[in-house]
Design a protein around this ligand. Sequence first.
Ligand code: NAD
Length: 390
Amino acid sequence: MEPSTTIDKETSNDVMENFPLFKKLQSYDHEQLVICSEPDLGLKAIIAVHDTTLGPALGGVRMWPYNNEQEAIRDVLRLSRGMTYKAAISGLNLGGGKAVIIGDSREEKSEALFRAFGRYVDGLGGRYITAEDVGIDVQNMEWVRMETNYVTGLPKTIGGSGDPSPVTAYGVYQGMKACAKKAYGSDSLEGKRISIQGAGHVSSSLAKFLSEEGAELFICDIYEDKVKSLAEEVGAEVVDPDDIYGLDVDIFSPCALGGVINDETISELTCDIIAGAANNVLEEEEKHGQMLLDHNILYAPDYVINAGGLINVASELEGYNEQRAHDQASKIYDTILDILNYSEENDTPTYVASNILAEERIKNTGKINQIYTSESKFSGHLGDLYNNIV
Ligand code: NAD
C-alpha cells in the first residue's frame, strides 16, 4: 500500500499519546529541550529553547529542588515560553529560553557543577544564552563564563550589566504609572495607597521610586527583619503577609512569588490596579485574567511590566550602557498603555492583548527573515549551485 500523504488528525493525536514529551513540546510550541547529566559532578539540568524567530534564546538558569522531572520540565517549558513573549513585546531581537538545575541552591552548588553546565550551554553554539535566575548568584555566573561566552548578567567589574533589579524596578514603576493614567486620568502616584508583596531586590528599588513620588506604602515579607528595615527606609507601614490581599489600597504590587492571583485572593482584592515584578502572577492565565477583567481590575501583564531585567542583560550583548538600558525600560510605560487600550477597545483581558501584540511581532519578523539577502543560507541543490558559482 502506498503511504498516505495526508495525516488524519485523529490518528495523529492517538499516535502522539505514545510520545508525551513531544506532545508537551508541541502544545507549548517549543523547538528544543536539552537534558544535561553529569552524575559525578551532581549536575541534573534541563535547557529549553522555545522560539528563535527573533534571535538567540536568552533566559536565566534557575536552581530549585524540584520534586521530580515532570515538575522541572513543566517549569522550564513555561518559563522559556514566557521569555519569548517578554523579548517580543519589549522590541528585543531575542528568542525565548530558560534552564533549570535540579538541586538545593543552599547546599549543592560547586564550581564543577556550574562549569559543566557552561559546557552544555556552549555546546548549543549560541542558540541559548544564559543568565542569573532564582537561586543563582554572580559568582556562579563567573564559573559558567569560564566555559562559554554565551552568558550575560555578569558583574560590572568584568564588563557585565550587574544586578538587573534596579532596572526591573524602574520598568515596574513606569508600567504602574501607565496603569494609573488609564485608571485615574493622571499618571501621578502621589497620595496613592500602594501595597507591595515582598521586600526583596526589586521591591527595595521600587519602594524608593514610589516613596519619592509621595505614595502611601504598605509592605510585607515573610522575613520580619527584611521588611522592617525597608519600611523604615521608605516610610512604609509593615503589614502581615496574610493581610496583604484584603488591604484597602488603590494598587497592589506583587513582587515576591508567582500564582498569587487566584480564586481565593481575587475575592479579597479591593484595588483598581495590579502592577508588580513577580513572574507568572496569574495562577491560571485564562481563568484569572478573565476574572480580573470582570472585577474591573487593571492587570499589567507580568512579562511586560517586569521586562526591565531582560532589557538590562540584553544590552550587555551590545556592550553595556546603563543609560540606554534605562531609556529602553522607560518604554514599558507606552507598551502597557497600548495593551490597556487594546484590552478596553476589544473587551478582552490584558494578558490576551499582550499575547496578541507579541505574537504579531514574531510573525512579522518571521516573514522578514524569509526575504532573501546575500546573508541567507542555501541548502540542497540550490546551495551547491550557489557555492559553485561563488
Ligand atoms: P527576591 O528574592 O530578592 O525578593 C523576593 C522577596 O519576597 C523575598 O524577600 C522573600 O522573602 C519574599 N517573599 C517570599 N514569599 C513571600 C510571601 N508569601 N509573602 C511576602 N513576601 C514573600 O526576588 P527579586 O529579585 O526581588 O524578584 C521578585 C520577583 O520578581 C520574583 O518573582 C522574580 O522572579 C521577579 N523578577 C525579578 C527580576 C529581577 O530583576 N530581579 C526580573 C524579572 C522578574
